[in-house]
Design a binder for this molecule. Sequence first.
Ligand SMILES: [Zn+2]
Length: 392
Amino acid sequence: MRIAIRTGMLYDGTDAPPRSNVTLVVDDGRIAEIAGNAERAVADRTYEAASVVPGLINCHVHLEVNGEPDIQTFYLIRTPTERTLDAARHARLALEAGVTTVRDLGGSESNAIALRDAVARGEHPGPTIVAAGRAICMTGGHGFFLGREADGPWDVRKAVREQRKAGATCIKLVATGGVLTKGAVPGQDQLGEEEMRAAIVEAATHGMRVAAHAIGTSGIKNALRAGVTSVEHGHLLDDEAIELFQSRDAYLVPTLAAVWRIYENIAGGAQPEYVVRKATEIYQHAGENIRKAYRAGVKIAGGSDAGTPYNRHEDYAYEVELMSTVLGMSPQQALTAATATAAQLIGVDAGVLAVGRPADLLLLAGDAGSDVRALREPRVVVKGGAIAHERP
Ligand SMILES: [Zn+2]
């Protein structure tokens, strides 16, 4: 199908100046032309939009869950079959909200992997999925109820091999405690530097990138010294960590929405006390710390930790808003973090709108470059050159 889109503004996903009054022609899955509006494009369908942006890329999601207030208990009572159906539904919701690519950083079974393949075959609607399989954590570590517990360098290497065998194409390590696991302390180290280095060596052998969950200061630095591609959360980073991000050329995925959504929903009373307590503590420091890293030039890639309490897959636009309001990014810079930079981190051919590139893009009713809230409820979602969703 050949689609012509006349748009007031075109943001290509990078920091390049936007173009105004252009027509994009999509053909055979890719962007065939970008031309001035005066030229008449021949197409099967023609659309108009206030602005066009690349489909959003969420570098940190958990497809099996979607905002349940008590994730640890939810995992205990939900059956594997229910989780499969849940993951499929959440993938569809994300796509309809304009998220055309996600990186799933941990589930209890291989749901995200199976869904990745079903989406790729065209059997189920959803974003392009990059999947880590099960997160690798120490025995009793953060997320143990859905992760692969491993201790010592060789066991951790074996755990990496298991994820690869199951079909994962990237790896998630747990370097510190976390908010949603009872008894886990976010500031404390979990997998050690030596264990993470072993995992990274093994993953690199198979061409897999490694992301580390790290909230506490020391664990963030352990993960960076071990050589991770991205630190997830990073909320309690310090100046030395900022230097390590730069010297190792690592990415930071700040997942602000994960903290903000917990904090905003305390009054509901449905979240466990330990979740509220830990998230409130992190909330006091996260904005300032991540803003400092951003100003120092650390590469920020968009990821929301979608699935965590009140932090829904179809609400990724909120993370983009927070990157703008909390970190001080311009709307276009926040969009770049959630598109081109995100694509670089996870290694997918997406996130940039240019002739010859895949046509994953959103038609918006407002100008996302002047108000990032225009990303909410895209009018039309195009994925792989086809209309994936159209709002009546
Ligand atoms: Zn996560």
